[in-house]
Design a protein. Structure first.
Length: 243
């Protein structure tokens, strides 16, 4: 039985492309459906959340997730990744410094608990934490069948030292920005942010998507290029970065 994006609470952005805003931390998850292939952008904050996403995406794409792009190593974006054991996992170059370090993995778990995730769920997800199998240093095209592809772009550093964006080409391109762009609040700069280079990361996003793209923040409503440009200028002022 065919199901629509809206029936499952997802927002359709283009043909075969959509996203859902998860409860709790308003984290965006993206999906790009191809022919016998499906790309998921981020994986949620727990294995239970990942399992719900797995069920939704299988119905929407007509196939299991085969590719998983993790935009950056924060708990609300990565702790559900083990729910997709058949997916090839991508992240920005250098991300292994987080995933391979016991202290960094422990901090992911602690950050999740500080933000309200049940400690048992955090323990379970941290113990199963998936190490990305492929790191993206520049731009990587991943085929999705029938001529469709997505471009994975190393856009950072900025929000973290390892920020990955996803471009879906089309009549109106769609750019999944991760937390390089936020709409529902001021962009969050934690201890792993690289503020001096964040405005340049947004310049890269704008170059990637162009003036007519749909830009999908890690948190909040979909925005346009003008919003991204304004946020870039606001970050430059906030962090004292010269134009």
């Amino acid at each position: 039985m065919t199901v629509t994006w809206e029936e499952l609470g997802w927002e359709r952005l283009a043909d075969g492309v959509g996203r859902v805003r998860l409860p709790g931390w308003d984290c965006t998850i993206g999906l790009v459906a191809g022919a016998g292939a499906a790309l998921l952008v981020d994986a949620g904050s727990s294995l239970a959340e990942g399992a719900r996403l797995r069920a939704d995406t299988a119905r929407l794409a007509g196939t299991n997730v085969t590719l998983l792009a993790l935009t950056h190593p924060h708990f609300d974006h990565v702790l559900g990744a083990a729910a997709f054991p058949a997916a090839e996992v991508f992240a920005a170059a250098g991300s292994h410094a987080v995933y391979d370090d016991a202290r960094e993995r422990a901090e992911l778990r602690e950050d999740a608990v500080r933000h309200g995730l049940d400690p048992r769920e955090a323990d379970e997800a941290a113990a199963a934490l998936v190490r990305p199998g492929r790191e993206v240093a520049d731009v990587l095209a991943v085929p999705l069948g029938r001529g469709r592809e997505a471009l994975l772009a190393n856009a950072g550093p900025g929000h973290t030292a390892h920020d990955l964006a996803v471009l879906v080409p089309g009549e109106r391109p769609v750019v999944f920005c991760g937390d390089l762009v936020e709409e529902s609040g001021e962009p969050q700069a934690g201890p792993d942010a690289v503020p001096s280079r964040w405005p340049a990361a947004l310049d890269r996003l704008l170059e990637l998507g162009g003036p007519d793209a749909v830009y999908v923040p890690g948190h909040g409503a979909v925005v346009d290029a003008a919003f991204v440009r304004a946020q870039r200028d606001a970050l430059a002022r906030r962090f004292g970065v010269s134009p």
